[in-house]
Design a protein around this ligand. Sequence first.
Ligand code: PMV
Length: 358
Amino acid sequence: MSYPFEIFDQSSSVINEGKVGWRCPSNIAIVKYWGKHGRQLPKNASLSFTLTNAHTDTYISYSENNKGRLSLSFLFEGKPNNAFEEKIKKFLESVTAFYPVLNRLNLEISSSNSFPHSSGIASSASAMAAIAMCICEIDQNTSGNENSEIDLKKASYLARLGSGSASRSVIPLLGAWGVHDKIINSSDLFAVDIDEVHDVFKTFHDDILIVSAAEKSVSSTAGHALMDGNVYSEARYQQANDRITQLKEILQAGDIDSFGKLAEDEAMTLHALMMCSDPSYVLLEPGTLDMIKEIRAFRQRTGTPIYFTLDAGPNIHLLYPDHVSAAAEKFVNQTLLPFTANGRVIKDKVGNGPQKLV
Ligand code: PMV
């Protein structure tokens, strides 16, 4: 598959130094991406809420270097971090074919998260999305296109190469990634937004209840790879695409109950796939299951539309529309907090995507 965007040729122009900065949020998938092939291509379409409060801020100062190859330094929360620096360097070196200007630049990157590192929140989506927005802006600035808006498809393409789910973090409100016949302009190469979404879904909350902040015993990369040998994989990819068709209608109709059922079914499916991988593994913790039981019992008892989803980890994402936020807060404080690690909750909401910082 070839690169679908124009590549600027800066071979002769002089590069002026400059600074860019972007804030990008994390996202929570309702229909999950689990299984990939080729160069970060999804086995099925996925659809997520873009969040607000769990975000990464990244600033990049750039100047011309005469080395003929990219050079960079990286500070995470004000301090050098070799592991992150290596990861970012490898990623940027892998995309110089699309961004040849990178080979002529010295980049000073500094990055910080709004949520504590190792809080159990995956930071790769927000981090890679923020870097992608910065690189796209540098590419524009160094090719005389300072004033044009960033092409979000291009930023999403680049973010995807850093982390698949990051492709959706540059899209405001709801992002869909992966070819699907019910999603206009959908692509395996970048995420797009969803048209015709009922307003109630733009008010959704996501309270992230931290059960454990420990590093995952099996990484997402390893988890995706295990889908190749999973006997249920083909049925799963079909199911995910069918669920996108259902979700698309649900989002349009504003059908909160069907949304909640689908979100919970997807969360359980994701973890069931992990449990029946070979080797099998479990990322759920006792506290996760306790909370799931409490959420379902509360809903049955009170009729309040409060649902959960899960990422590839033990933490509960509590999903509910704004009009029940008072009841949700009471329920969280009285019933769910005892199952969290030291009462840790990150209160988040559906949000508007990337924000320019400088
Ligand atoms: O972007 P990755 O490679 O870390 O994969 C993330 C996969 C899930 O978070 C479990 C699901 C999703 O679609 O975000």
